[in-house]
Design a protein around this ligand. Structure first.
Ligand code: PGA
Length: 257
């Protein structure tokens, strides 16, 4: 299998989605452990860590000089105002974040977020000069009923705003049935879907001068990271559970480098 052709797509990205996990002390200990490994190494990939909001400031103090970039897991679709309990893209930027995840399936399903809302979130994030990680992916029912491509196409077409370009947008293909389950698609299934997403972006959205990165997420661990990264059209990984263990996450970073 040949690897990527040019620019940012040549350099894999590994994104940690810590989800709703981690209290201050243990999280900072874990980070220290990860940092000690990074200190001795030449990083062969871009690393982004997306802790919960409550830890962003503490991570922001610790990441400078490590090569790790910071991201948040979600943002509101409005700039500011009376939205109790919400966090704006500007607030995330103010925490020195460079990235924000939008449209994670856990928000699409449990918070009822649809592609139109995700699109608005991504747009406001771009306005604040944040890079977006826009998540898409089919359910098991949809895969088993031959609907995976139809659903993924709809999500791609409706979740990506006009403000998106290759430099500020990453598409994360995360089959819902692979998230947190220990099941992963075959390499052929991953390649087929990434290739299809790339086709839809190129032929139907048409606004991208260069191709944005397409990363895979769902039950990534240190044993499968390398082979999934070797698949055609896979430009990086979005890692959930395995990013909570610094040793395991480090092995994934090594696999990417
Ligand atoms: P997982 O989660 O690695 O625990 O499957 C991935 C994700 O939800 O981003």
């Amino acid at each position: 299998m040949t690897k990527k052709n040019k620019n940012i797509r040549e350099y894999p990205i590994v994104i940690a989605n810590l989800k709703m996990n981690g209290l201050l002390r243990e999280s900072m200990q874990n980070f220290k452990q990860l940092r000690s490994k990074i200190n001795d190494s030449l990083l062969g990939c871009e690393i982004v860590m997306c802790p919960p909001y409550t830890l962003l400031r503490d991570f922001a103090e610790k990441v400078p000089g490590t090569g790790i970039k910071l991201g948040a897991q979600n943002c509101h679709d409005k700039a500011d105002g009376a939205y109790t309990g919400s966090i704006s893209a500007r607030m995330i930027k103010d925490m020195t974040c460079e990235y924000v995840i939008v449209g994670h399936s856990e928000r699409r399903t449990t918070r009822n977020e649809g592609s139109e809302l995700i699109c608005k979130k991504a747009e406001i994030a771009h306005t604040e000069k944040l890079n977006t990680i826009i998540c898409i992916g089919e359910t098991l029912y949809e895969r088993e009923n031959d609907l995976a491509k139809i659903v993924v196409r709809e999500q791609v077409l409706h979740s990506i705003p006009k403000t998106s370009k290759a430099e500020n947008t990453i598409i994360a293909y995360e089959p819902v049935w692979a998230i947190g389950t220990g099941k992963t698609p075959t390499l052929e299934q991953i390649e087929e879907m990434h290739k299809y997403i790339s086709y839809v972006i190129k032929e139907e959205i048409k606004q991208f001068e260069n191709e944005p990165r397409i990363v895979y997420g769902g039950s990534i661990n240190s044993s499968n990271a390398k082979s999934i990264l070797s698949a055609e059209h896979v430009d990086g990984l979005l890692v959930g559970k395995s990013s909570l263990d610094p040793d395991e996450f480090w092995k994934i970073i090594e696999a990417a480098g």
